[in-house]
Design a protein around this ligand. Structure first.
Ligand code: CAA
Length: 386
């Protein structure tokens, strides 16, 4: 029996800042951002959006009457939680109108959380093949105005349904993971922006990738030649390219070209959205599904990395031929219709934070279906305008 990703949807707020505009405002050469970092646009998350609303927007695209009652669990990966105690998954369950007979929990290990959810979901569905698990990766990547990390911000959510006999990707059993206590990136409870040792974090990312990829190959007796594409956690798309280049010499010339071509297909969306932390690897996978011409049965490798640090390399085989033209049209329309903000507007939105008292927010500029309307009695108020 095959277990894997049956459906995969993505959502991000309907506003962005153009990185050429940002480069001019920061007195940088635009090519540093466009080529050196590999990003062209960045999603901007208004105060009326959080991980719950963005996850609801993504999950509502893949949940309908045909699967609603089969969902046994929501595993919500995030490092942008909205409460120290209550999980974002419970809010999401209510907004989606899912039945009460399910487990709803939040998972945290930096950008690795959704991968933990995916692997736990796979194990659960293996034991309960008639059930499905909703896995979320939703985050808001914040480093701060005029910091080196600013160009690697972003935000959004992915939602995946994990099932038996999946229609997108059947996961292989072999997987290699590794964790180590490392201070490359973290966010203390009192901060809304991450702290990061940028270059160090890049080096650790590459070290973890090389270690888990080598271990995976040893365990599975596979080599790089067994992969039609390698996908990566993309905090910024150049990071994935650096990781790919670290193993490319293991491939022959024709395959190097093929892997580089598929890498381009896998970073189309991430270039325009920025970092989604937990969701970034899966946005990249969605980008590959929509922009590549791979065939059913082709094997894809996935590298997940969460600072602090945890990494995992795993794989799966496509269960349908690509590209998925309907998904591509939907996502490209959504990205194209976003409002382009000036740098001043982006800075103003970035500076807005929720107060620690009751507030009614102005939602008139937010075109999303699910919005945060304010805080009442210390409780977040959500509305489904669909
Ligand atoms: N044309 C083309 N390229 C140019 C250029 C130009 N005019 N000017 C500079 N560049 C290149 C540089 O050569 C450099 O390339 P390499 O990385 O290949 O050497 C690249 O642009 C970036 O330049 P800098 O190194 O000078 O950039 P920086 O010091 O301003 O910061 C950063 C870059 C460290 C990634 C910073 O943005 C940062 O700290 N980001 C957040 C941390 C992060 O994303 N780390 C990734 C690993 S951790 C992780 O993955 C978890 C997570 O999600 C956070």
């Amino acid at each position: 029996m095959k277990i894997g990703i049956d459906r995969l949807a993505f959502s991000s707020p309907a506003m962005y800042v153009d990185l050429t505009d940002l480069a001019h405002a920061r007195d940088e050469d635009p090519n540093k951002y466009l080529i050196g970092i590999g990003q062209s646009q960045q999603a901007v998350v208004p105060i009326t959006q959080d991980v719950v609303t963005m996850a609801a927007e993504a999950a509502s695209q893949i949940i309908d009457d045909s699967n609603r009652d089969q969902i046994a669990m929501i595993l919500f990966g995030t490092e942008s939680g909205i409460d120290h105690s209550k999980s974002a998954a419970i809010y999401l369950k209510r907004l989606l109108g899912l039945p009460d007979q399910l487990r709803a929990i939040e998972l945290k290990q930096a950008c690795y959380g959704a991968t933990a959810g995916l692997q736990m979901a796979k194990d659960y569905v293996t034991l309960h093949p008639e059930k499905q698990v909703l896995v979320i990766g939703a985050d808001i990547a914040r480093y701060g105005i005029k910091t080196p990390g600013e160009v690697t911000q972003g935000g959004g959510a992915v939602a995946m349904l994990v099932s038996a006999e999946p229609r997108l990707l059947a996961l292989d059993d072999v997987t290699s993971f590794r964790s180590e206590d490392i201070m490359d990136f973290w966010r203390p409870l009192y901060r809304t922006e991450a702290l990061v040792d940028g270059r160090y974090s890049e080096n650790i990312y590459i070290d973890f990738f090389k270690a888990v990829f080598a271990d995976y190959c040893q365990q599975s007796q596979r080599t790089i030649a067994d992969f039609k594409a390698l996908t990566f956690h993309l905090p910024f798309t150049k990071m994935g390219l650096k990781a790919l280049r670290a193993v490319l010499p293991q491939a022959d010339e024709a395959q190097q070209t093929e892997l580089l071509t598929q890498f381009e297909a896998s970073r189309v969306y991430n270039r325009k959205v920025g970092n989604l932390y937990t969701g970034s690897l899966y946005l990249s996978l969605r980008s590959l599904f929509d922009n590549s011409d791979l065939q059913a049965g082709d094997r894809i490798g996935l590298f997940s990395y969460g600072s602090g640090a945890e990494g995992e390399f795993f794989s799966g085989t496509l269960t349908q031929a690509l590209p998925d033209v309907a998904s591509k049209a939907r996502i490209e329309t959504a990205l194209t219709q976003r409002q382009r903000l000036s740098v001043a507007e982006y800075e103003q939105i970035f500076a807005e934070t929720l107060p620690a008292h009751d507030i009614l927010l102005d939602t008139s500029r937010d075109t999303s279906r699910f919005v945060l309307t304010g805080i009442k009695h210390d409780q977040r108020q959500y509305v489904d305008r669909g």
